[in-house]
Design a protein around this ligand. Structure first.
Ligand code: GLN
Length: 286
């Protein structure tokens, strides 16, 4: 008879051979999920023996993870900024850097919370929902060009009872919004910014399972960043902030272009591993 600990160890060993980046952690998540336990509860039950009926579903998931299906698709969620976000093929799996992005913006608005927020390319809805929770008096608009992604984002909003705080609109970037509305205190986006070449070098979990549409942009990853930057001013209220996640090599040119787009105080910010990954610029007060 195999104990939980035996299964954790065997699965970890198998994942190591398959090149899974966090073998032990993923083994624990999959086993806990299959047994309907919280991951930490496994530690209290390591000596518990498992029946064949319990082992069969674990084996299936371990095999799929070994073939490099993302953990978040197998267990169906990711825990993000205090929200359990449902994940599947319809949208990008939220990344840990995006949690840092939220922290930074939370700091920027410490004195005066934003009342109207726009999330461009909402995907799973993660940024829109996190901000709706952090800033309870804000109304959030979230757009996406993919109707699949919007469907997932709406499901996530319903799960977290935030559907009345966030309105979802189908369309490319600002397309679904009235022009010159100048309404938003904060425009956020984690747009596609990888070059084709960078995308080719991503892990199999990313390349084969995240929508390519959510990751890749033409012109060395610049195209979508420029599109958003160029149109941001007419949708920001005076003093409003545009904040985007970017690649590491994008800031210099974005800072130049921000000026041309009528934005001020353009600056890059680094993530916790000191990589320049966040770009901020404001509409001047006038
Ligand atoms: N806004 C979503 C996220 O940050 C989706 C981003 C995307 O699809 N590029 O996860």
């Amino acid at each position: 008879m195999l104990t939980i600990l035996d299964v954790v160890r065997r699965s970890t060993g198998f994942f190591e051979k398959c090149g899974v980046p966090q073998p032990r952690l993923d083994a624990e998540w999959i086993i806990a999920h299959s047994l309907n336990l919280a991951r930490m509860d496994l530690y209290l039950q390591f000596e518990r023996t498992l029946e064949e009926a319990q082992l069969a579903p674990i084996r299936k998931l371990v095999k799929r993870r070994g073939a490099r299906e993302p953990l978040q698709h197998l267990i169906g969620f990711v825990d993000f900024a205090g929200l359990r976000i449902t994940c599947d093929k319809r949208a990008l799996i939220p990344r840990p850097e995006t949690e840092e992005f939220i922290e930074i913006l939370n700091g920027e608005f410490a004195a005066k919370p934003p009342l109207r927020i726009l999330d461009l390319g909402t995907g799973s809805g993660v940024l829109a929902l996190a901000f709706a929770k952090i800033f309870p008096s804000a109304q959030v608009v979230a757009t996406d060009i993919s109707s699949d992604a919007l469907e997932l984002a709406q499901e996530n909003a319903a799960i977290h009872k935030l559907s009345d705080k966030v309105s979802f609109r189908l369309g490319n970037w600002f397309e679904s919004l009235p022009k010159n509305e100048s309404a938003f205190d904060l425009i956020v986006s984690n747009p596609p910014y990888l070059s084709h070449q960078e995308w080719e070098c991503t892990q199999p979990e990313v390349r084969a399972h995240d929508p390519k549409l959510a990751l890749v942009s033409e012109n060395e990853g610049f195209d979508h960043l420029f599109d958003i930057l160029t149109a941001a001013k007419q949708h920001l209220c005076p003093g409003g902030l545009l904040a985007m996640e970017t690649g590491e090599l994008h800031h210099e040119l974005l800072i130049e272009r921000a000026q041309e787009a009528g934005l001020s105080n353009a600056r890059g910010m680094k993530d916790l591993s000191k990589r320049p990954r966040f770009f901020l610029a404001a509409r001047p007060l006038e």
